[in-house]
Design a protein around this ligand. Structure first.
Ligand code: AHR
Length: 375
């Protein structure tokens, strides 16, 4: 208890660059489900009108960053990547705002960044729609806006300067191509799938759900029993899985989780209800699939609790910095940049998959693979 209190106190007083380390443990224990305001998370904003920086006077290039929240291990790694990239040592002041998964908080933060006349605004949007008005205000203020991670759907593309993030639809397609090849290799035709979706309306949810829905349409014998949002959190993932178990019980043989934290919750729900989570469909084991490939997620692939994990890379800090450096130098930047991502599996039954005209290697997870990764 004492240790926890001291850690919380230290977190509350440390500077922006060190904050991410305070919550750096895996969210498998549900830690990341606690709203930041309850964790003593220092300068991380709770949606008021004044996103803060590390406390000193603003110096160097001042950047306002509106972050979605702290809902997952992926998000923690993403925040850490941004904070360590945009450090004071490197000549930046990062004004960081945690929106706690609420668009209204992001809009407030963006307006506050405009008032503070920051040089750049970086937005990791919680959902795709609803941005036109505030982004027009950013444009009118003459502040370049960089979108990171998820996408925005706006009527006018000139409302943002550049976007860098993942191809979420491709992630969903890759996961389903792997599932098809794997089920074929096991000689199983009947798949009864439940989908624990991400935050509804987020690009990561839209792309991954769509990939699955299309695959279900295309594959005879595949049934999508149910879809429900787990909001990308472990607690909600567990809750949704418990309700799927009540409704469909033994019918379920595949759980498609739209991120690692939901998968951790689903695994807890399944094992508590007496199901065996594993890799062998013919033995009645339940396959749990996931996205992100965080360290904790990959550890569950190594032990066979997650059968396949499609990567979503969170290390966007250096990518955003490259865009800002190019803008500082007066150079043109690419409007949209997709990050290249891998796919990982527990076994080696499927070594490559094809999506459209492209083929992708599937990496079998070993401890060495995990040790070689940065998040
Ligand atoms: O937008 C990226 C998604 O958001 C990640 O898959 C998830 O873990 C996060 O919360």
């Amino acid at each position: 208890m004492k240790k926890k209190f001291l850690a919380a106190l230290m977190c509350a007083t440390l500077t922006v660059t060190t904050l991410a380390g305070c919550g750096g443990d895996s969210a498998k224990d549900g830690k990341n489900d606690i709203p930041t305001s309850q964790t003593g998370g220092g300068n991380e904003n709770t949606g008021d009108d004044s996103p803060e920086n590390s406390g000193g006077s603003d110096s160097g290039i001042v950047i306002g960053f509106s972050q979605v929240g702290a809902e997952s291990d992926w998000r923690t790694a993403n925040t850490e990547s941004m904070k360590s990239t945009f450090s004071e040592d490197k000549g930046y002041t990062l004004k960081f705002d945690d929106a706690q998964q609420k668009q209204e908080n992001q809009i407030k933060a963006i307006r506050s960044f405009i008032e503070q006349d920051v040089k750049y605004i970086v937005l990791a949007p919680v959902t795709e729609t609803g941005w036109d008005t505030v982004l027009k205000e950013v444009k009118d203020a003459g502040i370049p806006l960089i979108i990171v991670d998820r996408m925005v759907e706006v009527s006018d593309d000139s409302l943002y300067t550049a976007w860098v993030g993942s191809n979420f639809k491709l992630e969903g397609d890759k996961a389903c191509a792997w599932l098809k090849a794997y089920a074929d290799a096991q000689g199983v035709k009947e798949l009864n799938i439940v989908d624990i979706q991400g935050t509804i309306g987020a690009s990561a949810q839209i792309g991954r759900s769509q990939g699955l829905e299309e695959a279900v349409e295309a594959n005879e014998g595949w049934t999508l029993l149910a879809q429900q949002s787990g909001e990308f959190t472990q607690a909600k993932g567990q809750e949704v899985m418990e309700s799927f178990i009540k409704q469909y019980g033994d019918k379920i043989n595949v759980v498609y989780c739209e991120n690692d934290n939901e998968a951790f919750g689903a695994i807890d729900a399944l094992t508590s209800a007496g199901y065996t989570v594993g890799t062998d469909l013919s033995k009645g084991e339940v396959l749990v699939m996931s996205f992100d490939s965080t360290n904790a997620g990959m550890t569950d692939v190594l032990s066979g609790k997650i059968v396949c994990n499609t990567e979503c890379n969170p290390l966007h800090g250096p990518r955003v910095e490259e865009i800002i450096k190019a803008l500082e130098a007066g150079n043109e930047v690419e409007k949209q940049q997709y990050v290249e991502e891998e796919i990982f599996a527990a076994g080696d039954e499927v070594t490559s998959i094809t999506v459209g005209d492209d083929s992708f290697d599937v990496t079998t997870v070993t401890q060495e693979v995990i040790d070689g990764r940065a998040y």
